[in-house]
Design a protein around this ligand. Sequence first.
Ligand SMILES: [Zn+2]
Length: 239
Amino acid sequence: MLFIANFLDFISPRFCTSCNQKLTINEKFICEICFSKISELTEQEIISEYERKFSKSNLVDNYTSLFKFEEKSNIQDLIHALKYNQKFKIGIFLGEILGQKKKKVLNSWQIDLIIPIPLFHLKKIERGYNQAEYIGKGLMKSLGLKLDNSIAKRVKNTQSQTKLNSNERAENMNEAFSIKNKKRIEGKNILIVDDVITTGITVLELAKKLKEYGAAKVYCLSIATPLISHTIGSSNAQN
Ligand SMILES: [Zn+2]
């Protein structure tokens, strides 16, 4: 096997998604140096993000996330390659890391089923795959959890959330999902998986549907979460 890996590396070298250096046999997608520079969220940051995004609604029972999503960072490069460069296997790679790092909390949630945030079908055709499904597959591999990508469907082609205010965002996502096969989620603890959770509105909308259809608990997990600096937005000085 090592011989084959060596040979494949020789004929088709692989490069780091951040620094573009050739990867060694043991490295996948990102070199060790670039990977070591990605910052993880602290326990306190995760708790405050949960409170800010989810706690009021009573729809998401708990949430966790691994990395701090920062602009022009190595984690942004990795997730960008996962979503836009056809490197869907990065999803499995990151899902396995999530599984290892979050094993304790995920076990305590007693998850019955992973549901990756679905993409609208035209978007899936355009991209060729749903990146969240691959993250879920990595989790399946490392934790032995079940995944079902046929239960939730995205029935609304929502526009990008970035230019909308919070009311418009909620309206944009309203009724964005439909649920098939209610029996599969009734009384079950569900884990929603996504790559990056920014506003949390998409997750809330799916969680609302899952609870409507009888899910017992709904949890949420993402690779990364951006932290919004409290000085931005709340600042009324400067200009
Ligand atoms: Zn690198």
